[in-house]
Write a protein that binds this ligand. Structure first.
Ligand code: ADP
Length: 302
């Protein structure tokens, strides 16, 4: 079982030729409402790839929250540990996607931030049974650290996707089995500008010194870099025409979790996750772009 502790947001996505500048109003091309949030996306990604997924999180008792739960159940995700809170609104994300696929996102966390360290302590029986725990940073950081600590104590591997980019203490990083920053996040966490495979490796080495066991840095179209005590391996990405990069990182993390739960090596897992990421950027939307296992297997055979 894969346990995802994370955010559930309703994504409100506007597509536009280009994003407006300050004080400017533009006519966009389309509007889509779809369930997302890094936690939700990663849970759906893993479920579509054949993972048995349990989600821990919070939504509000509102229309968005109800729809979110319905969608999660439709993806065969165990939603019994998603709380519905009367006094909170479901998290939302305002997403602008430009013609070239570049995105700009504002998240209003709402109910997501209500999941506390105390709440997660009550989830110890669930987390301790996991084959892998998946975390991101759209939640209360103290809660995230407690979740990682529970997993660590029970020998459950922790995949931490440090997104959105936030400073993290060595305490939390030392509980992480696999850290999956993109180049920006790796830059912030290491203090090094990442703009090449060499600087990516240098940044990853710093993160290893902070106690992370393995760094898998995602490099957009260039794929990903695995760095651990055995050295560094660059696993190239698959060439595709990007439609929109929303959820590329989320699809990658969901894929990684499924592969690790299956006992694959890191290199095998990253080849698979690169294929999943490539398929996700080739399609519009967050959840809508997440591929199913058969699509990935077909893509890898081509
Ligand atoms: P994030 O979305 O978190 O910024 P990346 O942009 O690094 O993360 O993308 C995550 C993964 O998705 C990459 O490691 C790669 O496997 C895949 N990917 C992203 N962009 C592309 C692209 N243009 N072409 C092919 N694969 C891509």
């Amino acid at each position: 079982m894969i346990v995802v502790v994370g955010s559930l947001n309703m994504d409100m996505t506007v597509r536009t030729g280009r994003a407006p500048g300050p004080g400017e109003t533009l006519l966009g091309k389309s509007f889509i409402l779809s369930p997302g949030g890094k936690g939700g996306n990663q849970a759906v990604a893993a479920a579509r790839l054949g993972g048995e997924v349990t989600m821990i999180g919070c939504v509000g008792q509102d229309a968005f929250g109800r729809e979110m739960l319905e969608v999660m159940r439709g993806e065969h995700i165990d939603t019994r540990h998603i709380a519905e809170l009367a006094e909170q609104s479901t998290g939302v994300a305002s997403i602008v996607v430009e013609e070239d696929g570049e995105n700009r996102i504002i998240v209003v966390p709402g109910a997501n931030l209500a999941l506390s360290a105390e709440d997660i302590a009550g989830m110890e029986p669930v987390i301790s049974e996991a084959e892998v725990l998946v975390l991101q940073l759209e939640m209360d950081l103290n809660m995230v650290e407690h979740a990682a600590e529970i997993a660590h104590r029970h020998g459950v591997p922790v995949i931490m996707n440090p997104a959105p980019a936030r400073e993290l203490g060595a305490g939390l990083l030392s509980l992480v089995t696999i850290l999956t920053p993109n180049e920006t996040e790796a830059g912030l966490l290491s203090g090094i500008t990442v703009d090449s495979v060499d600087s990516a490796r240098e940044a990853a080495e710093i993160l290893l010194q902070k106690g992370v066991q393995h760094v898998i840095m995602t490099l957009g179209p260039k794929g990903a870099l695995i760095v651990n005590k055995n050295g560094a391996v660059h696993v190239p990405g698959f060439p595709v025409q990007p439609v929109d990069t929303v959820a590329a990182g989320d699809s990658f993390n969901g894929a990684l979790a499924v592969q690790l739960a299956k006992g694959r090596t890191l290199e095998e897992a990253v080849v698979f996750a690169n294929a999943v990421g490539a398929l996700a950027v080739g399609k519009a939307g967050a959840v809508a772009s997440l591929p199913y296992l058969e699509e990935v297997e077909r893509f890898l055979e081509e």
